[in-house]
Design a protein around this ligand. Structure first.
Ligand code: NAP
Length: 369
């Protein structure tokens, strides 16, 4: 029986992965071993299969005995562990949510509803490193793979609105703590109809700029504000998050020639689900219904929402998409710049298709091959 190690199962991506695996009845036919960086010997999560106490995620000997390692622990862990395991001659499958290995020639970025062909070719040629894509990139391709593969798209500009949970468990706690502090300090000003809006605004502004306001994780207020910077600076004024848009999307779909993809990535106070406003430059004038059909052809989870106020508010928001596998796209209309420019807004659960789901499906694919 194959032995599968899970590292990072307690984090945001890891817990969603386990939740999805339980829901799909995936915990069967293999022996699970759970690892930790903080609680060696602790109780493993309950998954309906016997598992030993938590093992040390730094124990290369234990990791080398596995057939598959699924890591949701983060890039630092991958950097510290993966190379050393391979140097010891470990030939198992490494399935990872972190970005560290994504752009390596010997790794494939996994998003099987849109690139099963690329994954199959990689397995056939001996690839053993299967890496989940950046969350916004994967979510964009879940709705845009159809039009891109149909040759309709010249370039895409993507302006993102990324949720706090995209930064991990501690950041989610900080967002809620920020909301809590704002509410506590505003007190009656928030509910008293006689209170002046200016007094409330002044109170909140004072809270947001006070020394005691909790900003350790994000480095700036997020609740009642936003942060137009995600990850490190790279060349040409981009952030690393923005750089990933072009390089990862083109690698995932193995596009040649490449389709330019660029934009700004912004952290907003949504709890879960990443949204993106897209400007899609078409290769010529294509009637909107044809673009919509191509989007629907991307895969069964791509859902087009009518460009109407009620449908948009009811269906095209993070809160209505959270916890579902549907990736929705709406607000579709041609733009003033010309009939070959289409505007769209898309939202998907970054913890599902943007993180845990491609890993879950890759594990199934690998175990059943
Ligand atoms: P995370 O929530 O910060 O979890 C990572 C690890 O932090 C956990 O496995 C846990 O390790 C430790 N940890 C410390 N405090 C914790 C707490 N209060 N609750 C839970 N775990 C805590 O990170 P993540 O967001 O899952 O991201 C993991 C990797 O996936 C990263 O490389 C990230 O870039 C990538 N990714 C994330 C998303 C997303 O939407 N979050 C999307 C795509 C890719 P121990 O149990 O060993 O202590």
């Amino acid at each position: 029986m194959q032995r599968v190690g899970f590292v990072g199962w307690r984090g945001m991506v890891g817990s969603v992965l386990l939740e999805r695996m339980r829901a799909e009845g995936d915990f069967k036919g293999f022996e699970p071993i759970f690892f930790t960086t903080s609680n060696v010997g602790g109780a493993p999560p309950s998954v309906g299969l016997d598992a030993p106490p938590l093992a040390d995620a730094g124990d290369l000997e234990a990791l080398s005995s596995l057939d598959v390692i699924v890591s949701c622990q983060g890039g630092d862990y991958t950097t510290a562990t993966h190379g050393r395991l391979r140097e010891r001659g470990w030939r198992g499958a490494w399935i990872d949510a972190a970005s560290t290995l994504r752009m390596r020639d010997d790794a494939v970025i996994i998003l099987d509803p849109v690139n099963r062909d690329v994954i199959d070719r990689a397995i056939g040629s001996g690839t053993r490193d299967f890496i989940g894509g950046n969350c916004t990139v994967s979510l964009m391709l879940m709705v845009m793979a159809g039009p891109i593969r149909a040759g309709m798209v010249e370039w895409i500009s993507s302006m993102t609105y990324q949720a706090a949970s995209g930064a991990g468990a501690r950041n989610m706690q900080e967002l809620v703590r920020q909301m809590q502090v704002i509410g506590e300090r505003a007190g009656a000003l928030a509910s008293d109809p006689a209170a002046s809006a200016l007094a409330l605004d002044g109170n909140v502004q004072q809270t947001l700029t006070s020394e005691a306001y909790p900003v350790r994780e994000f480095g700036a207020p997020l609740a009642a504000s936003l942060i137009p910077w995600i990850d490190k600076p790279v060349a040409d004024g981009q952030t690393r998050e923005e750089w990933k848009g072009h390089v990862e999307a083109n690698k995932i779909l193995a596009l040649s020639p490449e389709v330019p993809i660029d934009g700004l990535c912004v952290r907003v106070g949504a709890m879960r689900c990443h949204s993106q406003a897209l400007t899609i430059k078409l290769r010529g004038e294509v009637p909107l219904p044809e673009v919509e059909d191509a989007i629907r052809a991307s895969n069964q989870w791509a859902k087009v929402i009518p460009n109407e106020p009620d449908a948009t508010k009811r269906e095209l928001t993070p809160v209505t998409v959270a916890g579902t596998l549907d990736v929705k796209i709406g607000r579709l209309h041609t733009m003033r710049m010309g009939k070959d420019h289409v505007a769209a807004f898309t939202v998907g659960d970054q913890l599902l298709w943007g993180a845990a789901e491609p890993l879950r499906r890759m594990l199934q694919l690998w175990l059943s091959r």
